[in-house]
Write a protein that binds this ligand. Structure first.
Ligand code: F6R
Length: 612
């Protein structure tokens, strides 16, 4: 998500830090900042927007300092503005800190620190950590920076990759990691820390990767890595051979593949801190609607475009089944112009990865104007839609750079499942059912990992579809929207015509298309409509169709019917789409690559559609 770079050595730090940040910009950015240690003080420079704005500010200020840290932010807490940009400082300005990740117990810690007299300047979770370190490091004799950082980190829950500097130890950077990548890069009488090797590749190719729980103490001529118990560790130095482009894509050939493979972690981030197993429900920090408000809701309208609209269809099934609230899903572009009937008992939920889609924004404005309550399920913090709605749920899926949406879709489904839990438990959903869903959600990332380990099998199937002119995708129930999504993925990146359809509707028209040249992809996990879809597969086979089926592990029944099978693990019906969509994302990806298409930037498409 965000990017970190730090430098300590014999050269001026500012230009090196800015250059490093520019290489991290591809990860998404909304603001950036630098802290430099110079003449016993810390100078901080921060700007909202692109790194170029920060560069301009620094050029005007001519800052000095041979030790510094820098950050490019992709907001998870607090709107993207200069105040919320990193680095953050303690009350006295003796230390500065940059942070990637999410501090889950920031609210509680912030309240306690405020009671103890600390003054907060930003809305971020990160600032909490600066004040916690201050308590141990900056007062009186204070503890050394590394001990203070370690003492602060034991108090926080969540994930972090951090770099900290202090005027008391002017040529030292302390860096630590739990869940957010971090490395030390070794130069000649100078050393770096970075969240990603691309930031330092121009200066050195020797890096030491920091593992979870470790702390690094980095100075110009040496570095030490300490384990959880503060014992020094000897760690291997890795010599990087990749080029810059490969590093930015995390070693993957394309951003789309990287984002598909990231899904176990993006889902962990979507779920983090939100599941309440004992109560069988979910909690959210930013709904801005009380339980009383939520109980007044009699109808839900979900709106969005493209992939986000598909997620909305899954949400409709969940809301009606578990929360028992009548729900409709509307294309935002249709909803906004059709004089929709909504009132203050209607909850309109806008779903958008970018938070900038013009039609979705306009649909929510229209709903608000007519008195409806509005929520957003948004990935980009502080985006236009996030600011328009009353409240919402951030997906925390991390920047999605490939034009075809993948990890945002699975995070949207999971966010919808958690919202369903919340609304359902306020109504008739029993605590036992609630707990069952919570447990299944908590297990999902691990199951996603299992499906993705099978990518080679999907690649093999893709080989046989390279020359198809048309592909039909069929599913039922929760997996009908997955059929739509599978077809959308294929057409947008491989330019093969594909249709998604509810499997039983096939016999009302599309069945006429079926012959041995038309592959049919069935999304057929063992769920409540399994037997029904088996009959639909028989219908296709009887007409000479070629069937590729996404099935539940161990489903030997379908082995005889399907020409090719892709297995996914078992989960609750409502969560099957998170697993069944993965092979379809991979299938589209491998077909497109083999056809020589520009996977990350397909023709005619833009990542965020800000026009109607
Ligand atoms: C498909 C895709 C698009 C988007 C749609 C909405 O892979 O990416 O269909 O889903 O343009 O975008 P957001 O979610 O940003 O509102």
């Amino acid at each position: 998500m965000c990017g970190i770079v730090g430098y300590t050595g014999h050269r001026q730090a500012a230009p090196l830090l800015v250059e490093g940040l520019k290489h991290l910009e591809y990860r998404g950015y909304d603001s950036a900042g630098v802290a430099l240690i110079a003449d016993g003080r810390i100078d901080i420079f921060k700007t909202a927007g692109k790194i170029a704005a920060l560069e301009k500010e620094l050029a005007g200020a001519h800052p000095t300092g041979r030790t510094g840290i820098a950050h490019t932010r992709w907001a998870t807490h607090g709107v993207p503005n200069t105040i919320n940009a990193h680095p953050h400082t303690d009350c006295g300005g003796t230390l500065a800190l940059v942070h990637n990740g999410i501090i889950e117990n920031a609210g509680v810690l912030r309240a306690a620190l405020s009671r103890r007299g600390h003054t907060f300047r930003s809305e971020t979770d990160t600032e909490v950590l600066a004040h916690l370190i201050e308590e141990l490091h900056s007062k009186g004799d204070g503890r050394p920076l590394v001990e203070s950082v370690a003492g602060a980190l034991v108090q926080i829950e969540g994930t972090y990759g951090i770099a900290v500097v202090s005027t008391r130890e002017p040529d030292t950077i302390v860096a630590a990691r739990r869940g957010s990548p971090l490395l030390v890069a070794i130069g000649n009488e100078e050393n770096f820390v970075a969240s990603d090797a691309s930031a330092v590749l121009a200066h050195t190719r020797s890096v030491v990767y920091i593992d979870d729980g470790e702390i690094a103490v980095v100075r110009p001529r040496d570095y030490r890595i300490l384990d959880v118990g503060a014992v020094e560790k000897h760690k291997a130095v890795t010599h990087l051979e990749w080029d810059l482009g490969t590093i930015e894509r995390g070693g993957y050939a394309h951003f789309m593949l990287k984002e598909i493979m990231e899904q176990p972690n993006s889902l962990r981030d979507t779920l983090r801190g939100r599941l309440l197993e004992e109560e069988g429900t979910a909690r959210f920090g930013g709904l801005n609607l009380t339980d009383e408000d939520l109980l007044k809701i009699r109808r839900i309208v979900i709106t969005g475009c493209g992939t986000s609209w598909h997620a909305g269809l899954i949400g409709e099934y969940m809301m009606e089944e578990l929360a028992r609230i009548p729900t409709e899903v509307e294309y935002a572009s249709e909803f906004r112009y059709r004089n929709p009937i909504v009132d203050d008992h209607t909850l309109v939920i806008g779903i958008s990865q970018s938070g900038e889609t013009a039609d979705t924004l306009a649909a929510l404005r229209e709903a608000k104007r007519r008195g409806a309550r509005t929520l957003g399920l948004i990935n980009v913090v502080g985006s236009s839609i996030a600011r328009e709605v009353e409240g919402g749920i951030y997906l925390h899926a991390g920047p999605e750079i490939g034009v075809a949406s993948t990890k945002a879709f699975t995070s949207q489904i999971v966010a919808l499942a958690m919202l369903t839990l919340k609304l359902g438990r306020l109504r008739s959903l029993s605590i036992l059912q609630g707990r069952e869903v919570v447990r299944a959600l908590a297990r999902l990332p691990e199951l996603v990992e299992r499906v993705l380990q099978n990518a080679a099998a999907v690649e093999h199937i893709a080989e046989r579809l390279l020359r198809a002119g048309n592909v039909l995708y069929l599913g039922r129930g929760y997996n009908f929207p997955v059929a739509l999504e599978g077809a959308l993925k294929l057409k947008e990146i491989s330019y093969i015509h594909a249709e998604g359809y509810p499997a039983a509707e096939m016999k009302h028209g599309p069945i006429a298309l079926i012959d041995d040249l038309m592959p049919v992809v069935f999304v057929a996990p063992r769920d409540a409509v399994y037997q029904k879809i088996v009959s639909n597969i028989e219908e296709v086979k009887a007409r000479g169709g070629r069937v590729i089926a996404v099935v539940t592990e161990g489903d030997t029944g379908l082995a005889k019917l399907a020409d090719q099978r892709i297995e996914v693990p078992e989960t609750l019906d409502l969560l099957t789409p998170v697993l069944t969509v993965l092979p379809l994302q991979l299938l589209a990806y491998y077909i497109a690559v083999r056809r020589g298409c520009n996977v990350d930037q397909p023709r005619n498409l833009a990542k965020s559609v800000t026009v109607e």
